[in-house]
Design a protein around this ligand. Structure first.
Ligand code: UDP
Length: 381
């Protein structure tokens, strides 16, 4: 019987463990943290009773039947639609940028067609936007771009918006109707019992042993048939070629009675405000009743030693360094790299699940596989 070690009990590690165990393998999943679920981890706040997303809110959203069926197999989901507001020096606006935002911002009452023509007229004439800033100025024009995106992005990423890929902005829709649903996804929700319960259910299999509070060192794979590493790729190699750039986020907490923000998420794009957003976690579970409330204010900064890596910065230099580490990884036998940190990408939860499932299928046929098939394809280009 094959024996595998998985470093990391987050979503990627758990999904892979389940697939391997269902295939008959014996799997040890080790995580340095005292809990499973990685950055999706949820727990009840002792004082308020609110289900708190310890490492920032996660709202599951996907267009994939496979991903939606997969998560619902392990835990019941409740519908949750994220309706974000932007608090700016010009007022409070609806996000993502939609017809309400445009009409309120310009003091107009445009129809969808009028708004589209108007905003298209504002956009800079850039044929192929090469970066985040060009994408924003082309799509929205300078006034909307600067109010909602420029400051937020500088605070969130700590660099010039022109240094970031256009794909970061493409995460957000621009709508010429009054739809203020933050995501375009067909399926959206939050697990009723939290993400940690969901990941515990994924890991609940007789072939899986979970060991918490224990870091995995690269050499620990020696006693196993294969090591699957869902931590940062550069960390596996002792950062010998240099460090991949990540942003980290951190929060201050405040507790109040009643309703503090009136919404789950408020974004603060102004540069004069030092934080990026506030979250009031009880609004992520509208099916629960709580008299008290807890608010998290989110700040962003570059990672230093000991910080949790959240967002890969993906500037050209980082991408080049990732390519060098990927080449090293492909020359290294007995280890594969999975998940957001293993492949240095800004991945939503559904893609982590889908790519890990695809990896598990491909690994059965080719145990020499280093990365999920989508990453292998990207590297081959
Ligand atoms: N963004 C922005 N203003 C906002 C919200 C988002 O400029 O009010 C930009 C910012 O660069 C951010 C990116 O769009 O990093 C993606 O936003 P998203 O809400 O998807 O970020 P996440 O929730 O993944 O942190």
């Amino acid at each position: 019987m094959a024996r595998y070690l998985i470093a990391g009990a987050g979503l990627a590690g758990a999904v892979l463990a389940r697939e391997l165990a269902e295939g008959g393998a014996e799997v040890v999943v080790r995580d340095e943290r005292p809990h499973v679920a990685g950055n999706c981890h949820t727990e009840r706040d002792a004082e308020t009773g609110v289900m708190v997303h310890r490492y920032g809110p996660h709202i599951f959203n996907t267009n994939s039947d496979e991903a939606w069926q997969y998560v619902n197999r392990f835990t019941p989901f409740r519908p949750f639609i994220n309706r974000v507001k932007a608090v700016t020096h010009k007022g409070v606006f609806s996000l993502p940028v939609n017809l309400h935002t445009i009409n309120q911002f310009f003091g107009e009452a445009f129809s969808p067609a009028e708004a589209r023509t108007f905003v298209e007229g504002l956009g800079d004439d850039i044929a192929e936007p090469a970066n985040f800033e060009e994408q924003g100025r082309k799509l929205l024009g300078s006034a909307l771009y600067e109010t909602f995106f420029d400051g937020y992005t500088r605070k969130q990423w700590g660099c010039e918006p022109s240094e970031l890929p256009a794909s970061v902005l493409k995460r957000l829709p621009v709508r010429f109707n009054y739809d203020d649903n933050y995501y375009n996804a067909r399926y959206q929700g939050i697990p009723e019992a939290g993400y940690t319960a969901m990941v515990e259910a994924i890991l609940d299999h007789p072939g899986i042993k979970v060991e918490l509070g224990q870091a995995v060192a690269p050499g620990d794979g020696a006693g196993f048939d294969h090591l699957f590493w869902s931590g940062p790729l550069d960390q596996y190699f002792g950062c010998q070629l240099g460090k991949l750039g990540y942003r980290t986020v951190y929060w201050t907490e405040q507790r109040f009675d009643g309703d503090a923000l009136g919404n789950a998420v408020l974004n603060y794009p102004d540069m004069s405000v030092p934080f990026t957003r506030k979250h009031e976690h009880k609004h992520f579970t509208p099916w629960e009743q709580h008299h008290k409330t807890i608010v998290f204010t989110e700040f962003s900064k570059a990672t230093e030693d000991g910080d949790i890596p959240y967002y890969p910065v993906s500037r050209p230099a980082d991408k080049a360094l990732f390519g060098q580490y990927a080449a090293l990884a492909k020359q290294t036998a007995g280890v594969s790299f999975i998940g957001r940190l293993g492949s240095y990408r800004y991945l939503n939860m559904d893609l982590v699940i889908l790519e890990t499932l695809a990896f598990a299928r491909a690994f059965k046929a080719d145990p020499g596989l280093t990365f999920p098939p989508a990453v292998e394809e990207m590297l081959a280009q």
